[in-house]
Design a protein around this ligand. Structure first.
Ligand code: 2RA
Length: 382
């Protein structure tokens, strides 16, 4: 039997919430801000040449989708990949493009922006080739995120940091950090955040396209009583949770958990203590996070809610009486970060707690990078 959740009572309740006037007004605001014409007053005297590096991966493919969806003003597009994907063809706005092999040569001459998602070692190896002729490298890997001379940017939080990029590299933060800081920004503006505890529920997509396939394969294998394939994760992910993302460090936190600590502080320019437990869950492509925040002074939930409702890139979906809160199944494929379950933390007089969900491949990766590129164009920072 095939169960289509879109026909379930829950889904209908959820979508009727999404038809409510406040929600629609908020989405209209997002779209107004994001409409190509308002967003980018681009001088047409300049031809915009954009490269995607790592186009065959999950994030690379999403770059193509997001650029097209947002009608990004790319006059020319050049696609790069490994020797394995060189020669493959992808379509963008109805035109076919052949993937070139990424090499140590002058291929980036004349390219304005390179959206790069090919892993940290490739980014390190090719950064000099990519930036040599003035191309701005927007890098999705962890290679340069914590380097002092590389800004780490989430456009809703610290867009101005794009201006100071001595190496012409701008780093895109880790997905779990991006999703959390979009929700934290309006709180931090009301009263500085001192401490954060967070537990994440991270989708298979964070481990790449092959990992997403592996989750599907595992489910099929289990249903058919076959041995379960485990290559991309440490253990079977289907019908399981894995409380380890990336490797363990000396302090017994994982690298993913320390990314949330270090990157949040860098993006928010604040001495915030962040303690994270990151968990892989059998969800396809949206990350969820339970967040406990301590602020310098106690905040009223009504004020936080009002600030969140106004915040850029954030949608409040919070109606506990009607069981309305964001869930990864319904957030997959969407642009904003969704927040719900907002309440006072009964264990901390200066605390509040909430739940947030964001599409890992979109806002957690490709969309954030494209928004950085849009900010550069809009503010003539190229
Ligand atoms: C993950 N945060 O979800 C990683 C991907 N960047 O595995």
């Amino acid at each position: 039997m095939i169960i289509d959740l879109r026909n379930s009572a829950f889904y209908n309740r959820q979508s009727s919430f999404q038809k409510n006037p406040i929600y629609l007004q908020k989405l209209r605001l997002l779209n107004t801000f994001d409409s190509a014409s308002d967003r980018i007053k681009l001088s047409k005297s300049k031809i915009m040449k954009v490269a995607i590096v790592g186009v065959s991966g999950a994030v690379g493919q999403e770059f193509l989708k997001v650029l097209e969806e947002r009608n990004f003003p790319a006059d020319e597009l050049v696609l790069f990949g490994s020797s394995r994907s060189a020669g493959s063809t992808y379509t963008f706005k109805g035109k076919s493009y052949i993937v070139k092999e990424l090499k140590h040569n002058d291929d980036f001459k004349g390219i304005d922006i390179a959206l790069v998602s090919a892993g940290a070692s490739t980014s390190k190896e090719f950064a000099a080739d990519i930036t040599r002729f003035g191309t701005v490298m927007i890098d999705n890997s962890s290679a340069f995120r914590m380097d002092e001379d590389v800004p780490l940017v989430v456009p809703e939080v610290n867009p101005e940091d794009c201006k100071n990029r001595p190496r012409n590299i701008i780093a895109n933060p880790n997905c779990s950090t991006i999703i959390m800081v979009v929700a934290l920004k309006p709180i931090h503006d009301l009263s500085p955040i001192k401490r954060i505890h967070v537990a994440t529920y991270q989708a298979a997509s964070g481990a790449g396209a092959a990992a997403m396939e592996e989750l599907k394969t595992q489910i099929t294998e289990i249903i058919n009583n076959q041995p379960v394939t485990v290559n991309k994760f440490k253990y079977q992910l289907a019908f399981n949770l894995i409380p380890q993302i990336d490797v363990f460090l000396d302090n017994d936190y994982t690298k993913e958990e320390m990314k949330m600590h270090n990157e949040t502080r860098k993006i928010m320019h604040a001495d915030i203590a962040v303690s994270a437990t990151t968990v892989r869950v059998p969800v396809y492509r949206a990350h969820s996070e339970a967040v406990w925040v301590e602020t310098e002074r106690p905040l009223e939930i009504a004020d936080v809610r009002a600030a969140m409702e106004k915040a850029e890139g954030l949608v409040v979906e919070d109606d506990p009486k009607n069981s309305i809160y964001p869930m990864p199944l319904f957030v997959a494929g969407k642009d904003p970060v969704y927040v719900g379950r907002l309440r006072k933390d009964i264990a901390n007089p200066n605390g509040l707690t909430f739940w947030c969900v964001g599409d890992q491949i979109k806002k957690g990766a490709a969309l954030n990078a494209v928004q950085i590129a849009e900010y550069l164009i809009k503010n003539r920072l190229l």
